[in-house]
Each structure stands twice: as structure tokens, then as C-alpha cells.
Ligand binder design. Structure first.
Ligand code: URA
Length: 434
């Protein structure tokens, strides 16, 4: 088999066989197929697309290109959750203890933030002493004993995806449905859960700006997961403005803790209830949506979800008392009020810009090696649809460096669009698929 022939086949609109896809992924991972040939193949796929079977075969080949996690030592159904990402997306921090408190086993691998998007692993490190670099043995032990563990993605999990993603990033071939679906699902399948609940974002701050594209991506990933023998559900949710109010590592942890006490923002709480309900149904502890919502409400009201977060933090070396005293979280030295420059309705808050503001303050990573400042970030006070007078506080900037704060302030003000007419309200949840 020759890579040249496979590129030509796809370029001409042909369908690649399982063997051909394996040859290409194994060769690329081993280094025998060079970047320039794989780039040409990615572009051919970008224009010609892949059918359902090709997408499944590509996913399986990438999932099996490195280590796969064997979770068979954990009793019961293991449920994982994946979000396509966004700004202020602290969902895993609140959702996983809620679901674990209802009796579903959470064995989750998460990533760090890069650029303007945050990562669960960084946020969890806001708990003093917390470690996500735990051994698989301890990961499994924690899930068996307390029902929840989150570890950082190991470098040997789906290495083909790691290589391909970096290549796609620099060859303008990221935004192809089959390539995105196979990239995400290869990592999820390698991570070993029995059931996977997907949170597919739509809106200006999401990969899939248009609602119909988000639904199409969700369907594509559901099909892959089901064909690979996993139980699957997907939620399409809004990412047209930041989720909740807090953007920044420790600030988001505080908001997740508030949510576990029943005092969280309405949009974020609704997303956690919806995803949580799907996870309880996928995990076999609730038979319908209404029962699942009641169970989740109960674990918030009786404090067991908050307790579960404390158990989880302690089991991974962190300070459990911070869950009850969030003032122990890293704190910035200064807080600046950002005030509206004119009166009117907030028509838009450009999501990515708010993420970049947090990055400017030091809360995000420019490169994989950057040190991040866990204490800084932005807490929005007003969101899309609110009416503001000139001088009303739009947001608070938590900062440690004056120059960075000034740059952030300019950018944050520009991210708010204020006008005379109110925009049509967008739902938090666009739909649930299974
Ligand atoms: N996230 C991924 O992991 N892969 C993609 O291709 C896009 C988003």
C-alpha cells in the first residue's frame, strides 16, 4: 500500500477502506508517513468528506494508536462527559460531584487550558495540594471508593490524534465535521467509559457557530460512539456568551461551589441539571428525565453533592476545607469595577474576547509551558439582555498587575455591545439527542 495512492483515491472522491485508514494512521503515528503527505490527505478529506463507516474506522484507528484505559476493575457503569469547550465552562467541577453523589461512577480524563479556553485540570489545581497527575491504579481506587476521580490526559492516549490535531491546526483543516468528531471521540473511546454524554456548544464562542452544524456534529459523534458499543447522549447548549458569570480558574471554582450550594447562576445551573440528568439515565440510576432532575435537586439541597466535591478534592491531595471556606482559594490583590460607557440593552458579549481578557491577566496559557495565575479573571455582573445605565458596573476584573489590568479593561469594554434594542433571547439548551 502507498500513501500516494490513498491521497489520490480520496482526492478523486473515493471511499477509504478500514485497512487503508489503519495503514495511514499507523504509518503517521510511527513516523513513516511524513507530514506533507498527511497534510494533503487532510485537505482531500476536508473537501471530499468521509462517510459514516470511514469516520468510524478513522476514530477506532486513532483510539487504538496508543494506550487505552481498562476500567473493568471498577464495578458498574462508568460515565464520562465531554464538552466541545467554551469560556467560563466550569461544568465538570459542579456536575461530576452532583452525578457521583447520585451513585454514578465518574472516571474522567480532562485537559489543561490552552489559549483563551480554560481547562478543568488547571481549575482543580486552585485547591491547594490537588494533584491530577495520579497513577491509573489510584484513579481506579478513588472511583471505587468515593465514586469519582479526574486525571490529566496521559501522553500515550490516542497519540495519532495529538499529531493530527497539531497538523490540522496549521493546515486549515480543523473545521471538518468528520475530523472533529473522530478527534474528540478517539480520546473518549480510549479513556474507557461505558457511557458518554456530550455537551456540544453552539454560538459565537463555539466551534460550531450555527445551530444546525452543532446538531450535525452531535449526531456524528453519537453514531461513532454507538457503533463502538458505547451508550451515548448529547446536549446542544449555548456558547454565545460566557457560561455563568465567572471566567478564570479560582473564580470559576468558587462559582461551581456556589452552584453545589444551590446558589449558582441560572444558565450554569440549568446546564448542570440537563447534563446531569443525561448522565444519571446513561448510568442506569434514573429511568426518566423528571426522576433524574429530582435526584440532582436532592443532592444539592441535602449537601451531599458539596460533600462529594470535598471527598474528591481530599482523595487527590487537595485541601477539603476550601470547599466549605472558598475564601481559602487563591485571591488576586486588586479588583477593578468596569462601568458601562452608555445606556441601553446589552446586545452581545463577545465570548472569545472575555476569554482573551482572562488570558491577558495571566489566567491562561500562551504556550504549553506557561505558568498560569490561578487567582485572576473576570466576574461579569451583567449579561446579554440586561438593561444598563451609564456608570452601571458591567464586570469586575481580578488582577495582580496594573498594566495587564488596563489592557484587559479596554478589551472587556469592547467585548460588550450595548444598543437600543434587546436581542431575541437564546435558550441555554437547544436540544437533547440520543
Ligand atoms: N477538540 C478536539 O479534541 N478535536 C477537534 O478536532 C476539535 C476540538
Amino acid at each position: 500500500m502507498r500513501m500516494y495512492d490513498l491521497i489520490m483515491k480520496k482526492r478523486n472522491g473515493g471511499i477509504l477502506s478500514k485497512e487503508e485508514i489503519r495503514f495511514m494512521i499507523e504509518g503517521y503515528t510511527a513516523g513513516s508517513i511524513p507530514d506533507y503527505q498527511m497534510s494533503a490527505m487532510m485537505m482531500a478529506i476536508y473537501f471530499r468528506g468521509m462517510n459514516e463507516e470511514e469516520t468510524l474506522q478513522l476514530t477506532m484507528a486513532m483510539a487504538e494508536s496508543g494506550d487505552t484505559l481498562d476500567l473493568s476493575a471498577i464495578e458498574g457503569i462508568k460515565v464520562d462527559k465531554h464538552s466541545t469547550g467554551g469560556v467560563g465552562d466550569k461544568t465538570s467541577l459542579a456536575l461530576t460531584p452532583m452525578v457521583a453523589a447520585c451513585g454514578v461512577k465518574i472516571a474522567k480524563m480532562s485537559g489543561r487550558g490552552l489559549g483563551h479556553t480554560g481547562g478543568t485540570i488547571d481549575k482543580l489545581e486552585s485547591f491547594n495540594g490537588f494533584s491530577t497527575g495520579i497513577e491509573t491504579r489510584d484513579f481506579i481506587k478513588n472511583v471505587n471508593e468515593i465514586g469519582i476521580s479526574i486525571m490529566g490526559q496521559t501522553k500515550d492516549l490516542a497519540p495519532a490524534d495529538k499529531l493530527l490535531y497539531a497538523l490540522r491546526d496549521v493546515t486549515a483543516t480543523v473545521d471538518n465535521m468528520s475530523l472533529i468528531a473522530s478527534s474528540i471521540m478517539s480520546k473518549k473511546l480510549a479513556a474507557g467509559a461505558d457511557a458518554i454524554v456530550l455537551d456540544v456548544k453552539t454560538g459565537s464562542g463555539a466551534f460550531m457557530k450555527a445551530e444546525e452544524d452543532a446538531f450535525a456534529l452531535a449526531k456524528e459523534m453519537l453514531t461513532i460512539g454507538k457503533n463502538a458499543g458505547r451508550s451515548m447522549m448529547a446536549v446542544v447548549s449555548d456558547m454565545d456568551q460566557p457560561l455563568g458569570y465567572a471566567v478564570g480558574n479560582a473564580l470559576e471554582v468558587k462559582e461551581a461551589i456556589d452552584t453545589l450550594k444551590g446558589q449558582g447562576p441560572a444558565d450554569f445551573t440549568e446546564l448542570c441539571m440537563t447534563l446531569g440528568s443525561c448522565m444519571l439515565m446513561a448510568g442506569g440510576v434514573a429511568s426518566d428525565y423528571e426522576q433524574a432532575r429530582e435526584m440532582l435537586k436532592d443532592v444539592i439541597e441535602n449537601g451531599s453533592a458539596l460533600e462529594k466535591l470535598a471527598d474528591f478534592v481530599e482523595a487527590q491531595g487537595g485541601d477539603r476545607q476550601t470547599v466549605y471556606e472558598p475564601e481559602r482559594l487563591p485571591k488576586a490583590t486588586g479588583i477593578l469595577e468596569v462601568k458601562a460607557q452608555k445606556e441601553g440593552f446589552i446586545r452581545k458579549i463577545i465570548c472569545d474576547e472575555v476569554g482573551i481578557c482572562s488570558l491577558i491577566l495571566g489566567g491562561g496559557r500562551e504556550t504549553k509551558e506557561s505558568e498560569i495565575d490561578l487567582s485572576v479573571g473576570i466576574v461579569l455582573c451583567r449579561k446579554t439582555g440586561d438593561y444598563v445605565k451609564k456608570g452601571d458596573v458591567l464586570a469586575h476584573i481580578h488582577y495582580n498587575d496594573e498594566n495587564k489590568m488596563l489592557a484587559c479593561k479596554e478589551r472587556l469594554l469592547a467585548a460588550y455591545e450595548i444598543g437600543d434594542e434587546k436581542n431575541t433571547e437564546r435558550p441555554v439548551i437547544f436540544g437533547i439527542l440520543n
